[in-house]
Design a protein around this ligand. Structure first.
Ligand code: ATP
Length: 755
């Protein structure tokens, strides 16, 4: 890569388009004072991105645009282009030629172009840096700049050497890294401050949130317990009421059935009513008949008794007639017997009348047979008496027979009457029995009716009681619903369920429900809630937010601390790299310096030396200001370079300080340093703007030799008035300025110029 051409137009005194080709290693630009030679150097510097108007020898940016003259009007824009041969692709662009252009318009607008494409200044600087062309380097060197190396303080010189040794870019990187570290530290401090500020609040919120969480858990448990509790209570209530309903329908049915039964019994009673009148009449009729027959029977008995008495008498008479001893039947005895029999009979009749059950009839029968036995015995006794009497043959038994016959007749009658009587008594007994049965059936019905009515009354009582219970249930149900609403809220599931269908299917009793236990638990949970107290519902949100912020800041703090550590690492690495690189390059430059010094001065001794900072800082060392805390920390323990000292002793002289050198010696020493730098790191091209001004011919010659020596590595454009310098040039351009104030380029020959 080399600089092929410079094209300028409207730039300072070069109003017209001017082209300077640089086909060879050394090109000289010559011309009278004020013709515009240095404007060529300025144009090159400008295209390379120079921003300092001071460096471009102007005050404001438009000072670089041709300002017009008496004969030529000013231009509206300045343009300058550097054309590079890039066939070796040292410039990282895929073209054989690279054209860098800078334009400035009077309105202040400016343009940068690479191969006619608009770019930013940064792109130009980047491209140049990557091509080894530094705008701050040694591409354009003027006299003042050369001298400034000696004029500068050691610290300022250090800056020049940092540039020259190539460590500057790493130092810039380091400076940037230090700035980043500072910013990171500041951020870290800010984050730490925030963390310290937030933490107590976060702790407070955490405690409150944990309380809120606990309260939420207790509240949840309470709600669960209450839901289960009310579910059970509701079920119990409904189940109880269902029992009442069941009982109610049973009782209602019972009452209805009872009423029907009562009706039926009443009907039966009506049908089976006891007719006392009819019975009494029948009984009296029969009793009358019985009495009549009794009377008749008694009469016959009396007649029979009388007949028997007479028969007795007759028999006694007959006995007496027969002499046989016979005992007459005692009439009193017979009467007594008959009376006894009648009495038994009456008792017997009475008993028959009162017979109610069959067993009693058997009793009466027994008595009947006893009475019959008595009658039979008496009869037999009487018969025996009569037989005895009948045995008497001599005895007139007519009376006896009459008597016996009469007795027989009466007995037959009596027997008939007795049968009638017995029949009547049987009827009486039958009537009584039937009446008794009727009465019994009636009373039985009456008792049934009573029992039935008692049953109905009991059922009605129960029904009333149940109705009261049902009314109580309604009240309890309403109370319970209100309680659930108060405790759990309007929309709670159980309430919705209950309201949707109050008769929700009631599960079978799910076993033992410890109501008291549940109530105790609910009371305990409510107490717990009271103890925890009310908590702002927004606390949870605020806690989460603050927690997130705290975590975010914590992670930021960690990241920043890590970043800070790695930045420190980078700084340390850069320092190490800078130190190594500086030492190596510095030695090389120092060697070159000594060599060029000896060439230029034809002997003598020159040396560059590094000056380190001591604890008591030396004056001028801190030209760039105090190092930051970060930088100090990063470079802790290492001696810091304070600056570069120059010692230059021309041959045969005893020089204590640079101030003792002559102007020319100073210029030569500066040039030796410059060329040592250029030789160490040759730029692609270098513009030397009258750096030889202070040199005599011999020294100019030495300088031109040095230029020639380096020219195979660096292309030189030398602006000079010096013939020796011109003599080394391959091409010579003359710059002239006529009275129109416009610089022009003319090719000149050395001989022409010298004339
Ligand atoms: P010397 O040999 O004395 O150093 P030189 O040849 O290097 O001189 P320059 O300094 O390059 O001369 O040019 C100076 C000339 O350029 C002056 O005449 C000045 O008027 C002219 N000039 C500078 N800026 C402008 C501008 N914006 N418009 C017109 N002319 C300008």
């Amino acid at each position: 890569m080399y600089l092929k051409r410079l094209e300028i137009s409207g730039f300072k005194s070069f109003a017209n388009k001017t082209v300077l080709d640089f086909p060879h290693n050394v090109t000289s630009v010559v011309g009278p004072n004020g013709s515009g030679k240095s404007n060529v150097a300025d144009a090159i510097k400008w295209v390379l991105g120079e921003q300092s108007m001071k460096s471009l020898r102007g005050k404001k940016s438009e000072d670089i645009i041709f300002n017009g003259s008496d004969k030529k009007t000013k231009m509206s824009a300045a343009t300058a282009s550097l054309v590079f041969d890039n066939r070796d692709r040292k410039m990282p662009l895929d073209s054989d030629e690279v054209v860098l252009t800078r334009k400035l318009f009077r309105n202040g607008e400016s343009e940068y172009l690479i191969n006619k494409d608009k770019v930013r200044l940064g792109d130009i600087i980047d491209l140049l840096a990557r091509s080894g062309i530094s705008q701050r380097g040694y591409c354009v060197i003027n006299q003042g700049m050369a001298d400034s190396i000696l004029v500068a303080s050691p610290a300022e010189r250090m800056v020049i050497f940092e540039e020259a040794t190539g460590v500057r870019k790493f130092q810039i990187k380091k400076e940037q890294t230090v700035k980043k570290l500072e910013a990171t530290r500041k951020n870290l401090d800010r984050v730490t401050e925030l963390l310290i500020e937030i933490e107590p609040h976060l702790n407070l919120l955490r405690r409150q949130a944990s309380k809120a969480e606990k309260r939420g858990e207790v509240s949840e448990e309470l709600r669960r317990e209450q839901t289960s509790y009310y579910d059970h209570v509701w079920q119990d209530l409904i189940r109880g009421n269902a029992g009442y309903k069941k009982d109610e329908s049973t009782l209602t049915a019972q009452i209805e059935n009872g009423d029907k039964e009562v009706e039926r019994i009443k009907k039966d009673l009506a049908e089976n009513s006891v007719d006392n009148e009819s019975y009494n009449k029948d009984f009296e009729d029969l009793q009358k008949k019985s009495n009549t027959l009794q009377q008749e029977l008694n009469d016959f008995q009396r007649e029979i008794s009388i007949a028997e008495g007479r028969i007795e008498i007759e028999r006694e008479k007959m006995e007496k007639a027969k002499r046989p001893e016979f005992k007459p039947i005692n009439l009193g005895y017979v009467k007594e017997k008959i009376a006894k029999i009648i009495s038994s009979y009456n008792v017997f009749v009475e008993k028959i009348a009162q017979i109610k059950e069959m067993s009693e009839l058997d009793e009466v029968r027994k008595e009947t047979s006893e009475v019959k036995t008595e009658i039979d015995a008496l009869y037999s006794e009487i018969q025996q008496g009569r037989v005895c009497l009948k045995g008497e043959e001599n005895f007139d038994d007519t009376d006896l027979c009459n008597f016996e016959k009469a007795k027989e007749e009466v007995s037959i009658k009596a027997e008939r009457i007795r049968k009638d009587y017995d029949a009547v008594r049987t009827k009486v007994a039958e009537l009584n029995r039937s009446e008794q049965e009727k009465r019994q059936a009636f009373f039985h019905l009456e008792r049934q009716l009573q029992a039935c009515q008692d049953e109905i009354n009991r059922a009605k009582d129960n029904l009333n009681r149940i109705n009261i219970e049902v009314a109580k249930f309604e009240v309890r149900k309403e109370d319970l619903l209100n309680e659930i609403k108060d405790e759990l809220g309007e929309g709670v599931a159980i309430l919705v369920k209950i309201k949707a269908n109050e008769d929700i299917e009631i599960q079978d009793d799910q076993g033992y429900f410890n109501r008291e236990g549940a109530e105790l638990k609910i009371r305990r949970l409510k107490n717990q809630m009271d103890q925890i107290g009310g908590i702002d519902p927004l606390i949870m949100d605020e806690y989460k937010e603050t927690q997130q912020r705290f975590e975010f800041l914590s992670s930021q703090s960690r990241d920043l601390a890590e970043a800070s550590e790695s930045l420190k690492q980078v700084i340390a690495e850069l320092d190490e790299k800078v130190e190594k690189m500086f030492k190596v390059s510095f030695k090389s430059i120092n060697d070159e310096f000594n060599r060029y010094f000896k060439i230029i001065f034809d002997g003598g001794k020159a040396e560059l030396s590094i000056k380190y900072e001591t604890e008591n800082k030396e004056e001028g060392v801190d030209a760039e200001g105090e190092s930051s805390a970060e930088e100090k920390e990063a470079t802790k323990g290492k001696p810091k370079i304070a600056g570069i000292e120059v010692s230059a002793i021309p041959p045969g002289k005893k020089i204590g300080s640079l101030n003792m050198l002559s102007g020319g010696e100073r210029a030569l020493t500066s040039i030796a340093i410059l060329f040592a730098i250029i030789a160490h790191n040759p730029p692609p091209f270098s513009v030397l703007d009258e750096i030889d001004a202070a040199l005599d011919e011999a020294n100019s010659f030495r300088l031109s030799r040095i230029i020639k020596e380096i020219a195979d590595r660096t292309q030189f454009i030398v602006i000079t008035h010096n013939r020796e310098m011109m003599a080394q040039a391959d091409v010579l351009y003359g710059v002239t300025m006529q009275d129109d104030g416009v610089s022009k380029i003319v090719s000149v020959k050395l001989d022409e110029f010298s004339e």
